[in-house]
Design a protein around this ligand. Structure first.
Ligand code: ZN
Ligand code: ZN
Ligand code: ZN
Length: 364
């Protein structure tokens, strides 16, 4: 699998004219080698020349964590007294063009640029993003497992198993996080809990506000599974009967989200999926209140290509996995968002999140 990804990566390097690809911390490295670098001050770097041997340079003390892939890369461990930047520069040779992983620490990029002053530098995403965006069958299965685990927590929320009224947003956020771990996640990435007027802030930090009866509670949570793949889901519940104004807003949102999922057909430009949600929300009278893009890709990163946003003319292809998450936010009053992870397949869009989308009323 890694050898096949490496050959596709090198083909892509040829297409976009990159002589050397350098990958450090971030998800590109585990996608290509199975090894995830710790975000240390010590340099880890995979050096991928257009031809010839690929080398993974790691600090000596990290070497035991590397699972060797002899058909993919050679391993070089540097000692505490070595100069790893010089080592990487020597392995890179004299490239005309370098692509460096987007999450690489700036200090290493700066030092490497000083060693390779004749090279032109590009973001690593130029090479890796379109490759990683298209998931193979095993990756889709991993994303499905992640979504199913998140769905089980969302079902607990909708089923009234998670106490809300009288607890702070932060307490409920921590509770959701514990449940994500209990359902199989290795790590919680975020757990937004926004009650009442706080739900009008899309990325509200769950705080000390005590949840009241008779208000919306927006919950957007996700984590990373042990195999590295991510979940991300948003559902809203109402603590008691919702007022007509909120029902109206939610009906518009629910229809827009479902229509955008249905529009996520192979061949459709990403921006058209966004436009479907935006048109319905605008026709419903809330156009100004939908303040963000419709979705983002998901995989080893919780946000990656493809982005469902105006201006992205790239067409969806089978294997693209992304969120569809329109929202409506009325400042000072309330807000709502509905989010599913969806995979584009030749047979049509496949939503990985299956818990109900309707407005669920919970008592307490
Ligand atoms: Zn978000
Ligand atoms: Zn989310
Ligand atoms: Zn999301």
């Amino acid at each position: 699998m890694y050898a096949e990804r490496m050959s596709r990566t090198r083909r892509r390097m040829g297409e976009v004219g990159i002589d050397v690809l350098l990958l450090s911390v971030g998800a590109d490295l585990p996608w290509l080698t199975g090894y995830r670098a710790m975000p240390l001050e010590r340099l880890t770097m995979l050096v991928v020349p257009a031809e010839g041997e690929v080398t993974l340079v790691v600090p000596r003390l990290e070497a035991p964590r590397v699972i060797g892939q002899p058909d993919v890369f050679a391993l070089v461990a540097w000692e505490e007294t070595d100069d790893p930047v010089a080592l990487v520069a020597a392995l890179a040779g004299a490239p005309a063009t370098v692509a460096v992983g987007d999450r690489t620490w700036a200090r290493f990029v700066v030092e490497l640029q000083a060693r390779l002053p004749a090279s032109r530098w590009h973001p690593g995403d130029l090479v890796t993003a379109p490759l990683r965006a298209v998931k193979d069958g095993a990756e889709v299965a991993s994303l499905r497992r992640a979504s199913e685990a998140a769905d089980r927590v969302a079902a607990q929320l909708q089923g009234g198993e998670i106490p809300l009224v009288g607890r702070t947003e932060a307490e409920v956020s921590a509770d959701l996080g514990r449940r994500l771990l209990a359902e199989g996640h290795a790590r919680v990435n975020f757990s937004i809990v926004a009650a009442g007027a706080n739900a009008a802030s899309p990325h509200h930090d769950a705080g000390a506000r005590v949840i009241q009866a008779g208000e919306v509670v927006l919950c957007d949570f996700g984590g990373t599974m042990p195999d590295g793949y991510c979940s991300d889901i948003t559902r809203c519940v109402y603590t008691g009967p919702p007022p007509p104004e909120f029902r109206d807003l939610y009906a518009v949102l629910e229809e827009a989200q479902a229509a955008a999922v249905d529009a996520a057909v192979v061949g459709t430009p990403c921006e058209d999926v966004d436009a479907v949600a935006r048109r319905l929300i605008t026709e419903g009278g809330y156009g100004e209140a939908f303040v963000h893009r419709t979705g983002h890709g998901i995989g080893l990163d919780e946000h990656e290509d493809p982005y469902l946003v105006g201006g992205n003319c790239d067409a969806l292809v089978a294997g693209h996995a992304f969120s569809v998450e329109p929202g409506i936010y009325l400042e000072g009053r309330f807000g709502a968002r509905i989010e599913d992870i969806v995979v584009a397949t030749e047979a049509g869009p496949e939503p990985l999140n299956r818990v109900p989308h309707g407005l669920v009323v919970v008592e307490g």
